[in-house]
Design a protein around this ligand. Sequence first.
Ligand SMILES: Cc1cc2nc3c(=O)[nH]c(=O)nc-3n(C[C@H](O)[C@H](O)[C@H](O)COP(=O)(O)OP(=O)(O)OC[C@H]3O[C@@H](n4cnc5c(N)ncnc54)[C@H](O)[C@@H]3O)c2cc1C
Length: 443
Amino acid sequence: MAFPQQYPYIIIGAGIHGLSTAWHLAKELKAVKSGSGKDILVIDKTAIGAGASGIACGVIRNNYFQPAMRELMAHSVDLWEADAEGYGYYPIGYMQISYEAMHEDVAQIYDQQKAIGYTSEFVEGEKDCMKYMRDNIFHDWQAQNITSILHEKKGGYAHNTQSLYRLADKAEAEGVRILTGVDITDIQTDRESVTAVGTSNGTIGCEYLIVGPGPWAQTFWNMLQLPSHIQVQDRDGSLHENVKMWTYWCLVEGTLGVDPDYGNDNLGNLPPVIHVDTDAPLYSSEDGSLITSEPWGIYYKPDCRFGGIQGGSSPYVVEGDPDVDPYGIDSPDFVVGPEFVHMWTSALAHCQKRYEDKYRYYKDEPSGGLGCFTPDNFPIFDVFKQNCYMILDSNHGYKMIGVGQLAAKEVLGKKQSLLEPFRFDRYEKGELHPVSHSPFPWS
Ligand SMILES: Cc1cc2nc3c(=O)[nH]c(=O)nc-3n(C[C@H](O)[C@H](O)[C@H](O)COP(=O)(O)OP(=O)(O)OC[C@H]3O[C@@H](n4cnc5c(N)ncnc54)[C@H](O)[C@@H]3O)c2cc1C
């Protein structure tokens, strides 16, 4: 097929957002009889799933302290459920298991989940939490200082590449063209709007540009000559000048190479995804030394695609503007090291007796990767330069498969209330999302 010169719609990025938007936009165009998937070109410089979507551990949850995030996640979970088998989605549920400092926040989440009809159970008090875990999930549960459990009955996890290829297939079936190995080098604009993208293979004109850049958010922000620093107004009205627009965290994840079934629940079934935050001192399962007396958190799940018990712990801040390329497991800098392995395997042992002597089975292979975050660590979904829709998910996004459906409608001029709380002008207006006591930047 010849290299294209012009397309009505160009989508940059074949990750979860680019592909979901492509498929949904194709269906929208057909529905309103103003075009079809043949009007859409997806461009990726590497391949489908070459970015964060292809290394995400795939956890899908509703547990967010921010009401707008919860509503958005509930919408996405509906889409995961609509084609669970195709996406490789396991609707096994999700558990937020917390220490006392988070109790009140999580109780609020539970109340609001009830209000939006998102099925969950809430357990309170140290004794009842231990009993709930041992009776219903893991007989060898032993995590300390846990005073609340939010058990989401929906959500779970999905296989990252399977879901991406499924979306790509759906998009292509609607006529969308996916072009890989083509690098976008610049975005051309006239005074008001985007007119074309410059690529490694030549210029392609477009009428509308959609960008789903994941960790490359800053690259495209700069191509549009948007501000590197902004003013942010807090929820209490206080102003912060010159706040850096983009910051980076490194997500740390890995796999314990035991048989995935080893992590099954009391009935021999896949358990919910487990997320634990506690202030109990964490001791090494290798030598008994104290690892930390500060609050810590981990998450994990048995996962046959990763070949064991897969999960992670709190990310760390990366100073400055790191090189995003090479990305993911190819990065020389942003993959996990021995400190993570020691902490995470010890934390597994803290939670469940069966892992006490299993640290030696940790799979020594590169994992983890960079995430690019906005000033308040929440997504921005908005139009810039009149015809450039940006899905800047602040690393929340594999689970957000439904954002593409909503974004596609917005591209065609139908504003979506679920996306309103995520506009760029919230920083100026002081309409920030509330912040929880979780040690993770994404809760
Ligand atoms: C280790 C890790 C674990 C995670 N786990 C989870 C999880 O369990 N659950 C969850 O919900 N989220 C998770 N996330 C976050 C989630 O992966 C991201 O928020 C989401 O995948 C971003 O999707 P995207 O489509 O915006 O970007 P990406 O998937 O990163 O896609 C962007 C694409 O743009 C392409 N691209 C970049 N520059 C150019 C260019 N110049 N020209 C052309 N193409 C270009 C890239 O090749 C890439 O394929 C995790 C993230 C990491 C790093």
